[in-house]
Design a protein around this ligand. Sequence first.
Ligand SMILES: Nc1ncnc2c1ncn2[C@@H]1O[C@H](COP(=O)(O)OP(=O)(O)OP(=O)(O)O)[C@@H](O)[C@H]1O
Length: 264
Amino acid sequence: MPESPIIRIDGVTKQFNPGTDRSVTALADIDLTIAEGEFVSLLGPSGCGKSTLLRIMADLTPPTAGSVSLNGKSPATARRDRDYGMVFQQAGLFEWRSVQRNVELPLQVAGVAKQERRAKTAAMLDLVRLPEFARHFPWQLSGGMQQRVAIARALSADPKILFMDEPLGALDEMNREHLQGELLRIWSDTRTTVVFVTHSITEAVFLSSRIVVMSPRPGRIAASIDVDLPYPRTAETRTLPAFFDKITEVREALHGMTVAEDAA
Ligand SMILES: Nc1ncnc2c1ncn2[C@@H]1O[C@H](COP(=O)(O)OP(=O)(O)OP(=O)(O)O)[C@@H](O)[C@H]1O
């Protein structure tokens, strides 16, 4: 366990609509620590609470019990200090703003002067390899390019942490694999800590330094699996026996848990 984790989750439980007949316990007793610079994927069956856990970390919904600390602060303070950025399945760009003006929006909200905003935005568009699209509008870009803009926007204020909720889930397979490679390059350039929600075992193994496997509802942590494949990972990584072995190990962790639940 990391000594001074950048993310610390202690005893988090989440109940929706408590005390009503629509009450749902989405998460139970989650303890998790994540060290600076890790790339951690949350993996588990649909409805196990992956998004809910991410949303609790990102101060989008409060836990019913337990606590979260980000960079030593409460999620609300970390949000104010722009310690984290967030990317969702839909890029969520503002259609009436150019790419440049989408990316600079968090800096504008933070009151950063125009010249500095423009310089930072240019650097971010270089990072995601879209420098020539600064003046385009979102509708002029492919889905994959829109997601790159969303990543540039999430990183524009230099957050220490990047929360990603199935950010590549809407892309076709080829685009998705390409963006996985790009995401690892961006992660290695920025050294941001990434927490990534996905349904895909292959995606989790390719990207992550560690995979946290969650059990069906109520979501609990069933396993934490280190992915010791060396970085940088490339198309060749996908052909290695060690890659397939890790996929099998993760699949068995998921399957074992499902069988145990079925037997219960
Ligand atoms: N706002 C809400 N009100 C009531 N129940 C909710 C709410 N949000 C989520 N839930 C329930 O909490 C459980 C966990 O949902 P969550 O979206 O976190 O799961 P998930 O693992 O991310 O699922 P998926 O992989 O399908 O996106 C589900 O049973 C869901 O129906």
